[in-house]
Design a protein around this ligand. Structure first.
Ligand SMILES: [Zn+2]
Length: 221
């Protein structure tokens, strides 16, 4: 599909990057009516067709728009991936926002429902305390009752502007089916590397009080 040239061309490139680094909630019918004002890049007819949702994961969608004249498919990936490449930024942001607001899975479902956003099909990385306690006990059972666990970790780092970093970090069990044992978040002006170390340290320090467990080793990425 043709896209018309931007009228923001006089804006400095860095500012432009920041201006465009935002999300937009858009009704899918508005998107279709926008597409109907463009020409199909294959057959050059005014576009007319239908969308088909190929992937839906949390708030992320991969939608195909199929030209009914020539069958040409245009792809929309609704969110970029976070730097670790394993999930979409919008879902990392949902997780961060839910943690900041103290929303559990049910709270998130209500919020998304009120906004007419398609409900998450699963709770992804957003775990409630109960399921994390169960995951700790499961890991202990798998190591024959030893309360010293080996863990691995994962994190997402989101920048706002050029200096401020928001991060979420999670600790996983290293069992056959790894599960999240603990999560934490941080928001400050520093490097993501420094922030990750701090958050891992915080979760190691509270393991005894929280789960009566000691983490003996950490397998990083
Ligand atoms: Zn076409």
């Amino acid at each position: 599909m043709d896209s018309s040239s931007s009228s923001l061309s006089s804006v400095n490139i860095d500012d432009m990057d920041d201006l465009l680094d935002i999300n937009l909630i858009i009704h899918i019918k508005s998107l279709i009516s926008l597409l109907k004002q463009t020409f199909c890049s294959e057959c050059n007819h005014l576009w007319d067709g239908s969308p088909s949702i190929k992937t839906r994961n949390g708030l992320y969608m991969h939608v195909e728009f199929i030209c009914s004249n020539c069958g040409c498919i245009t792809h929309l990936y609704s969110s970029p991936q976070v730097q670790d490449g394993r999930r979409q930024e919008i879902n990392a942001r949902l997780e961060l926002g839910a943690t900041l607001c103290g929303l559990g899975y049910n709270g998130i479902i209500k919020l998304l429902g009120a906004l007419n956003l398609p409900p998450s099909t699963h709770n992804g990385n957003i775990c409630q305390e109960q399921s994390m306690i169960a995951a700790v006990e499961e890991a202990i059972a798998e190591t024959d009752g030893a309360r010293e666990l080996t863990l691995s970790g994962d994190g997402a780092w989101l920048t706002r502007g050029h200096t401020s970093v928001h991060g979420v970090s999670a600790m996983y069990s290293t069992t056959k089916h790894p599960k999240i044992l603990d999560t934490t978040w941080s928001s400050k002006k520093c490097s993501s590397g420094g922030m990750e170390k701090e958050m891992v340290h915080e979760m190691f320090c509270r393991s005894l009080a929280k789960y009566n467990t000691t983490y003996v080793s950490y397998v990083g990425d």
